[in-house]
Design a protein around this ligand. Structure first.
Ligand SMILES: O=C([O-])CC(=O)C(=O)O
Ligand SMILES: [Mg+2]
Length: 231
């Protein structure tokens, strides 16, 4: 590894590659057809722009006109080395560490996009749609496929799953993605959400975590324009 500080991954020009439909219970709750995803076919991949990152201390903004903003807690994998056409057996060498992430989703806009066959760029990629926690070094996580992953809203548990339920493993996903898209140090791969996604509104507090390793807390709010400077 290059000695670069991955603590700052969310401030670098890091891209966010997200995996969808990676947990059977979430596939069921969404009423997704049992597609190839459940049969170990091709994973569903989409992207969020860098502007989606938001760190603790800032609010998750409800996107304009959104009446159905959902939380999806996910294990984020932080890439440590340039990764292009990586073999599954070697994929873990490209991982620097992990983070708790939320794949915030405008569920109504996403439903419209699904119906019309249009991309999920806005429903999944609006500003603050990717809240992240601090960087967890790889050595602190002996087995990333044996982590409890949970999310509470206003203290009430909504999601409580385990990364052992992922349909596609982290090495498979890194190999699959890098066959098409080169990953750079600081890029983050969101690995999909377990069941229990639900709506949040202004003033709600979302807490989420990975086992005992990391916990984040975000408040849901609306965009406040910065005070105008006098000229
Ligand atoms: O919006 C969805 O249901 C797809 C997705 O991101 C996930 O499964 O994590
Ligand atoms: Mg997701």
């Amino acid at each position: 590894m290059s000695g670069r500080s991955f603590e700052k991954f969310a401030e670098l020009a890091s891209k966010i590659i997200a995996v969808g439909k990676n947990y059977a219970d979430h596939i069921k709750e969404m009423g997704y057809a049992a597609t190839s995803a459940t049969k170990k076919g091709e994973p569903l991949i989409f992207m969020k722009p860098t502007s989606a990152f938001v760190k603790e201390g800032s609010k998750i903004e409800i996107p304009p006109g959104c009446a159905n903003l959902h939380h999806e807690v996910e294990l984020g994998v932080v890439i440590g080395r340039l990764a292009k056409k990586v073999r599954e057996e070697e994929a873990m060498q490209y991982v620097a560490g992990y983070t708790v992430a939320l794949d915030m989703t405008d569920r109504d806009l996403q439903a419209t996009a699904k119906k019309n066959g249009t991309p999920w760029t806005i429903p999944k990629g609006f500003d603050t749609s990717c809240p992240v926690g601090s960087f967890i070094p790889k050595k602190a996580v002996p087995d990333p496929h044996a982590l409890r992953i949970w999310c509470k809203v206003n203290g009430e548990t909504r999601q409580d799953g385990t990364t052992s339920d992922m349909i596609f493993s982290i090495p498979f996903l890194i190999s699959y993605i890098t066959n098409y898209i080169t990953l750079y140090p600081g890029d983050v791969v969101l690995t999909g959400t377990p069941a229990g996604v639900s709506g949040v509104k202004e003033g709600d507090v979302i807490e989420a975590g990975i086992g005992d390793l990391s916990k984040v807390r975000f408040e849901v709010g609306t965009y406040e324009a910065p005070a105008q400077e006098n000229n």
